[in-house]
Design a protein around this ligand. Structure first.
Ligand SMILES: Cc1ncc(COP(=O)(O)O)c(C=O)c1O
Length: 488
């Protein structure tokens, strides 16, 4: 004998765009799924439903008919509507405790690492004085030229590269133009088979680390240096060795023996902006050949040089093929595009292509072809010139702002890069300053994360000037100096 059930609690809304009969049907399904109405249970009659839920009999009948059609209930002559037996296993599964919750931590095969992460407020652009590092000024993006190139990338012969699955290949126009127009400006001579396009230099670094670094690898990193490189190498289980920085860049003498890989930012060392001196470059390449290690050159912001000419890349001096070069379109177009490239000997490029293929096949063809057309038309070069002029102006304002408002700090002159590395007096707490500054609308980035080993100095911070509006730089530094005065 079926158990007659009372009307389950169902909320109906006359303001809802869903018809009342659908709402009633949904409510009854929810009751069946929750087990309030079990297999074999007798539902209230359409008359009872109509009365108790204040709907018409017709509405109740429509809902019940729908449930019959869907197999949730059956109509039995002279008995009424009964919940189907077939919903049993489903409802059972939902009612039973799910067993032991999964423990993801024991399943992860990829190691994390002990190093602190760089953090910046995700809403940095809402602050009055966002001295964040590595963020662009969207007003400098060549929107019109980009749209023009993007449209052309979907026309005629371009269409196929933009829209096809390239499997493991890249846009041949982009790799050719990199060889003919972009790399020569860095003193690099390369052929297309020595180039792999990446999703920014960050992915380039990840791919190279994937190929070359494992648990037995010893990796030399600049100290202070780029925190993300450290994370990438250490997650490959490599052992890191700190290589100190002085006013000529990375110290090579006596630091390289036994290393497999050295990661460097020669153009403007991250975060100090020191340019690697020519003598040191030679020393590094000689040591690489003698000790047989690979040098990864991250040339992420090479062309932001505000006095004199940009120094050629280290790769330009590479005669043994030991330098793996990472380039990026992040600084002259936008980091959000995620487009960069790796230049290295062809066998390594083939190997990296294979790794990339099973990760993502290839960076979007449309993005590659659009960028290639920007380079081909000269719009990219025009954008580089315009960006360089605008950023140089910001650099001048930031440098003179610091000299005016923090004169006693004697901040070293930094003639390149997109941020200024500010060493506070010893005992100064830049981490505390960064926290307080947020309260006054100022974003700066503490430098302690850039140091490899504990105890990490806390008296440094980075003052980025690429993302902030030019007019805000001087008042922002003045406000920061006032805060520093209050703090000390
Ligand atoms: C030193 C350094 N290398 C690499 C990157 C990553 O750049 P991309 O946007 O090309 O991945 C950054 C980002 O700011 C950086 O500062």
């Amino acid at each position: 004998m079926a158990r007659r059930r009372s009307t389950p609690l169902i909320r109906l809304s006359r303001d809802d765009s869903e018809p009342l009969y659908r709402q009633l049907r949904n409510g009854l399904v929810a009751a069946i799924e929750a087990g309030t109405l079990g297999p074999g249970d007798l539902l209230p009659s359409s008359r009872t439903l109509a009365l108790e839920l204040d709907v018409s009999r017709n509405t109740a009948n429509l809902a019940l008919q729908e449930l019959v059609t869907e197999g949730f209930i059956q109509s039995i002559d002279r008995v009424g509507y009964v919940v189907s037996q077939e919903v049993g296993p489903f409802v059972q599964a939902r009612r039973e405790p799910p067993g032991i919750p999964i423990d993801w931590d024991v399943r992860f095969r990829h190691p994390t690492d002990p190093y602190p992460h760089m953090r910046k407020p995700p809403n940095w652009s809402d602050y009055a004085y966002p001295f964040v590092v590595g963020q662009p000024d969207p007003s400098l993006f060549p929107t019109r030229a980009w749209n023009r190139a993007g449209r052309a990338a979907l026309d005629g012969e371009n269409r196929s590269i933009s829209l096809s699955d390239l499997i493991d290949q890249d846009d041949p126009l982009l790799t050719t133009l990199l060889c003919e127009r972009i790399l020569p400006a860095r003193g690099i001579s390369a052929t297309p088979d020595q180039i792999l396009v990446s999703l920014g230099s960050q992915q380039g670094l990840f791919l190279v680390a994937h190929a070359l670094v494992g648990s037995s690898s010893r990796v030399g990193v600049e100290d202070p240096g780029y925190p993300d490189a450290r994370h990438i190498f250490s997650r490959r289980r490599g052992t890191l060795r700190a290589m100190p920085i002085d006013d000529q860049g990375i110290l090579v003498e006596g630091t390289t023996s036994g290393l497999d890989v050295v990661f460097v930012t020669p153009s403007h060392q991250y975060p100090t902006n020191v340019t690697l001196a020519v003598g040191r470059r030679q020393q590094l390449l000689t040591a690489a050949a003698d000790d047989d290690f690979v040098v990864i050159e991250d040339d992420y912001d090479a062309e932001f040089r505000y006095q004199g000419q940009p120094t050629p890349a280290l790769k330009a001096m590479d005669e043994t093929g030991r330098v793996v070069y990472l380039g990026s379109f992040s600084k002259f177009l936008a980091p959000g595009l995620r487009l960069g490239y790796i230049v290295a000997d062809a066998p390594l490029i083939e190997h990296l292509r294979d790794i990339r293929r099973y990760m993502l096949r290839h960076p979007a063809g449309l993005l590659q072809r659009t960028t290639a057309l920007m380079i081909e038309s000269g719009d990219y070069a025009a954008s580089v010139r315009k960006t360089r002029i605008a950023v140089k102006d910001k650099w001048e304002r930031a440098s003179s702002g610091l000299a005016t408002h923090l004169p006693e700090w004697n901040i070293p002159t930094q003639t390149g890069g997109l941020s200024i590395w500010v060493p506070g007096p010893s005992g100064f707490d830049a981490t505390g300053l960064a926290r307080l500054a947020l309260g006054r609308g100022i974003v700066i980035e503490p430098g302690n994360v850039c140091f490899l080993n504990e105890p990490r100095p806390v008296n440094y911070f980075k003052l980025g000037f690429s993302g902030i509006a030019a007019d805000s730089i001087e008042p922002g530094i003045a406000a920061l100096a006032t805060l520093i005065e209050d703090q000390t």
